[in-house]
Write a protein that binds this ligand. Structure first.
Ligand SMILES: Cc1ncc(COP(=O)(O)O)c(C=O)c1O
Length: 472
């Protein structure tokens, strides 16, 4: 990194290119030289890739290696100009999407649903990401309850550890999200606490496989029983784990049943752009039957622009991303996903073993590909401060304070990475002990959240940061 760049980063880590490259607050009068534009962008990409290629970044980069990425980029270029909505012009999109959905459904044991009930032919749609794959079924449950139960105040019950996309769905679609606290010792939601909150406004329950904070699978068997008992839906959020847990299970690890084998599961989300190893921007939402999927669809039959209909939240969608997702799945196949899961688990197991060997740290639950831990003895945010100095990027958790490392393919490409992580973690605990009683940098924001005034202060800071990001 050059000196001016270093200086710039010290001033503003989000705008390191300010002053280094020309800014464009308005369109250039005449277009710029194509190669110059490309080279400028390539140098940004090269700089940014250097960080995750060290293997020190948790989660975030879910591709399956440089060659795989290059292959997907080639495929993307074939269909980069295509709009998936215009299927009449590009019928390839219908082939790709229907097969992405079918392959995902099969991976998540759709035949078990059909075997139980001939109406339950698992189906779904491709979306632009995990959040949309969560929001769509929430809308479907709301609309179903409106139509069948004349219910205007729907409620969805979820563990506090479920992803904020459910809260987003609540805010966007007028659904009350009822959060159930998740506490130790096993950090999975208590089904009795869920049942206590079910009432005549409940439209669906939520469980994760696995959840973002701890990577853990909720007690889905019990939630499935509750869903059947009370006649409500159950969405399993497999955005994170949907494309890796099936293979971890096949490798022989004790993974709880989390998919359509459970009779109460009515919808699932699984991200092709995470462990599906597609390009960023696609995910799959599945429904137990076609009738439920109907409540996701949207149409305006009397629009002057023509009869309009779209299956999901987005209007126009990228044919390039759809094609690359399909290519990723058929190129890797079962053997490719299994091999990736093996490599990821080799690293994750070693990290888990190492963390368990550090007496001051406590692993949360029984992890698989994502290892989270906390401490009763040191300030975990001091641990994160030290790891950050060493170039590691963990994800900091709160309520309770903890941190996690989510293993993806980049770690599998750096020999010895797990041992180095554990070694640095040991030193980080020593650092935390020495700095006990002083404020940790990582806790600056996390210390605020948890009460109304603090939450508002955090929101003001974060929204201010968004404003700043959109500033040229
Ligand atoms: C468990 C879980 N659900 C949902 C999401 C949301 O996915 P996206 O960021 O693709 O919208 C994530 C993202 O990390 C996740 O980990």
């Amino acid at each position: 990194m050059s000196e001016p760049e270093k200086k710039n980063e010290a001033v503003d880590p989000f705008k390191p290119y300010k002053g280094r490259y020309e800014s464009h607050p308005h369109l250039p009068k005449t277009g710029r030289d194509r190669e110059a534009v490309f080279n400028e962008m390539a140098s940004m990409a090269e700089r940014e890739n250097a960080q995750w290629k060290t293997g020190k970044v948790s989660g975030t980069f879910y591709h399956a290696g440089d060659e795989h990425r290059a292959f997907l980029n080639r495929v993307f270029s074939l269909f980069s100009h295509v709009n998936v909505l215009q299927v009449d012009l590009c019928p390839s999109m219908s082939k790709f999407e229907s097969e992405i959905v079918a392959m995902t459904a099969r991976m998540l044991n759709a035949p078990a649903a059909l075997a139980r009930d001939p109406h339950d032919e698992v189906c779904g749609t491709v979306t632009f990401g995990g959040s949309e794959s969560i929001m769509m079924p929430m809308k479907a449950y709301r609309d179903r309850a409106r139509a069948e139960r004349n219910l205007s105040t729907p409620e969805v019950i979820m563990p506090k550890t479920a992803h904020p996309a459910f809260n987003k769905a609540g805010e966007y679609f007028g659904i009350r999200i009822v959060e159930v606290p998740v506490e130790g010792p096993d950090y999975r939601v208590d089904p009795a606490a869920v049942e206590a909150r079910i009432n005549d406004r409940t439209v669906a329950l939520v469980g994760s496989a696995g959840n973002y904070p701890y990577g853990l699978v909720d007690p889905l068997e019990a939630l499935s029983d509750l869903a059947l008992k009370h006649g409500v839906g159950l969405h399993v959020d497999g955005c994170l784990g949907g494309f890796i847990l099936p293979w971890i299970e096949k490798l022989g690890y004790p993974v709880p049943v989390f998919d359509f084998r459970l009779p109460g599961v009515t919808s699932m989300s699984a991200d092709t752009h995470k462990y599906g190893f597609g390009l960023k921007g696609t995910s799959v939402v599945l429904y137990r039957n076609k009738s439920l999927r109907r409540d996701q669809y949207f149409n305006v039959p009397d629009w002057p622009g023509g009869i309009y209909a779209s299956p999901s939240m987005a209007g126009s969608r990228s044919g390039g991303l759809t094609a690359a997702t399909w290519a990723s799945m058929v190129y890797l196949g079962e053997a490719g996903y299994l091999k990736a899961a093996r490599a990821i688990m080799d690293v994750a197991d070693r990290i888990q073993e190492g963390v368990r060997g550090i007496p001051e740290l406590k692993v949360i639950g029984q992890p698989t590909f994502l290892v989270s831990f906390r401490s009763d003895e040191v300030d975990i945010y001091h641990v994160n401060d030290f790891m950050g100095e060493k170039g590691w990027r963990f994800n900091c958790l709160q309520l309770p304070p903890a941190m996690h490392f989510c293993v993806t393919m980049p770690q599998t490409e750096v020999p010895g990475i797990a041992d180095r992580l554990v070694e640095d973690l040991r030193a980080a605990v020593d650092y935390a002990k020495k700095h006990a009683g002083t404020p940790a940098r990582s806790s600056a924001l996390y210390g605020l959240a948890g009460n109304a005034a603090g939450n508002q202060a955090v929101a003001d800071i974060l929204y201010g940061a968004f404003d700043h990001l959109f500033q040229v």
